[in-house]
Design a binder for this molecule. Structure first.
Ligand code: G3H
Ligand code: 13P
Ligand code: ZN
Length: 326
C-alpha cells in the first residue's frame, strides 16, 4: 500500500526553497546510509535550528535497503522532535540521482517527499520526456521533483564523465517550462567525490554561468551537486593515520557561500562527511588498537560528522537559525 510522506511528518522542498530564496541561504542536502550518519545530521540540524534534506542515493539503496532507509527517516522525524523539546525541524526525504521513472515512483509510493530524476546523461529531448513523466506522477502526491541539465565531471554512481558539460543557460527556461520541475540541478564546475580539481588547476566554479542562468529563470530554485570542500585538515588526519588520499581537492567554501546567497537553494554534500568519519575512525584505530567495540569508533565518527555539519550550516550554507522561519 502506498504511504504519503505527509503521514510520516516529512515535508517536500516547496516551502523550504521559497524561504531559502527569500532569506538568501541554501538548504543542506546530506546523504545518509546508516544510523550514525542520520543521527549526526539530525543532531547538527536540531542544534543549529536548520531545515534539512536527507538524501538517499543509488549506492545507499543498494547498501542499506530503500525500505529500511525510509523507516530510518521516519524515525528521524520523531528523534528530531524528541531532542528539540517537541518542536522538530522541517525534514525532507529525497531520492538522490533517481535513474528512471520506476525508481522515482517506488520512492514516492514508499513515502519520499522529493525525488531527483537525473536525465543529465540523456539527449536533451529525452531528458525532457523522462523528467516530465516523473513530474506528472510526483505532483499528483505533492512530491517535488529536481531535474538536471548539464553533466558534472567525475564519477556519479556507475557513470563516469571525464569533463564537465556546463549547463547551457539558453536551455534552462525551455527545460523548466516543458518539464514542470520544482528545482534544477546545474553543472558549473562542481563534481562528485574528493578529487574535484588537479594540483595546478584554478579551483573555481563558474559563478558567471550561475548568474546567467538566474537571469533566464529569476526566482527559480537551483541545486548544486558535488559541493564538498574536502577540508585539508581531515585529509591530513586520514593520511597521518595510515590513509592514502593524494591530491584531494574540493570546492572553496567562499564560493559555496556566494552561491548560497544567490538562487542556489540546495547544496549537496556527501564526500566531506565520508572524510570526517574516516578521519575519526582511522585515529581511533591508530591510537587505540586494542578497541574492538564498534561504538568506540563509530561514536567519535558520529561526533566528528555532527561538528562538520553544524559548521557547514552556520558558516557555508547560512541555513542555521532558519528552521522556524515564517
Ligand atoms: O551522488 C553521489 C553521492 O555522493 C552518493 O554516492 O551512490 O556512492 O552513495 P553513492
Ligand atoms: P560530493 O561528492 O561533493 O559530496 O557531492 C555529493 C552529491 O552531489 C550527492 O548528490
Ligand atoms: Zn550528486
Amino acid at each position: 500500500m502506498a504511504v504519503s510522506y505527509k503521514d510520516l511528518g516529512l515535508v517536500n522542498t516547496k516551502e523550504m526553497f521559497a524561504k531559502a530564496m527569500k532569506g538568501h541561504y541554501a538548504i543542506p542536502a546530506y546523504n545518509f546510509n546508516n544510523m550514525e550518519q542520520l543521527q549526526a545530521i539530525i543532531q547538527a540540524c536540531v542544534e543549529t535550528e536548520s531545515p534539512v534534506i536527507l538524501q538517499v542515493s543509488k549506492g545507499a539503496r543498494e547498501y542499506a535497503n530503500q525500505t529500511l532507509l525510509r523507516y530510518l527517516a521516519q524515525g528521524a522525524v520523531e528523534y528530531a522532535k524528541e531532542i528539540s523539546g517537541g518542536k522538530g525541524i522541517p525534514i525532507c526525504l529525497h531520492l538522490d540521482h533517481g535513474p528512471d521513472f520506476e525508481t522515482c515512483k517506488s520512492c514516492i509510493d514508499m513515502g519520499f517527499s522529493s525525488v531527483m530524476i537525473d536525465g543529465s546523461h540523456l539527449p536533451y529531448e529525452q531528458n525532457i520526456i523522462e523528467t516530465r513523466k516523473v513530474v506528472e506522477y510526483a505532483h499528483k502526491f505533492d512530491v517535488t521533483v529536481e531535474g538536471e541539465l548539464g553533466v558534472l565531471a567525475g564519477i556519479e554512481d556507475d557513470v563516469k564523465a571525464e569533463k564537465h558539460t556546463y549547463t547551457r543557460p539558453e536551455e534552462v527556461e525551455d527545460f523548466v517550462k516543458r518539464t514542470g520541475v520544482d528545482s534544477l540541478a546545474i553543472a558549473i564546475g562542481t563534481s562528485h567525490g574528493a578529487y574535484k580539481f588537479k594540483p595546478g588547476d584554478d579551483p573555481k566554479i563558474r559563478l558567471d554561468i550561475l548568474a546567467e542562468i538566474e537571469k533566464r529563470i529569476p526566482g527559480f530554485p537551483i541545486v548544486l551537486h558535488g559541493s564538498s570542500s574536502v577540508p585539508q585538515d581531515l585529509v591530513k588526519i586520514i593520511n597521518e593515520n595510515g590513509g592514502k588520499l593524494k591530491d584531494a581537492i574540493g570546492i572553496g567554501e567562499d564560493q559555496l557561500r556566494a552561491a548560497a546567497k544567490s538562487a542556489v537553494c540546495k547544496i549537496n554534500i556527501d564526500s566531506d562527511g565520508r572524510l570526517a568519519m574516516t578521519a575519526a575512525i582511522r585515529k581511533v584505530f591508530n591510537e587505540k588498537p586494542e578497541e574492538f567495540d564498534p561504538r568506540k569508533y563509530l561514536g567519535p565518527a558520529r561526533t566528528a560528522l555532527k561538528e562538520l555539519y553544524k559548521r557547514k550550516n552556520i558558516e557555508v550554507l547560512g541555513s542555521a537559525g532558519h528552521a522556524y522561519d515564517k
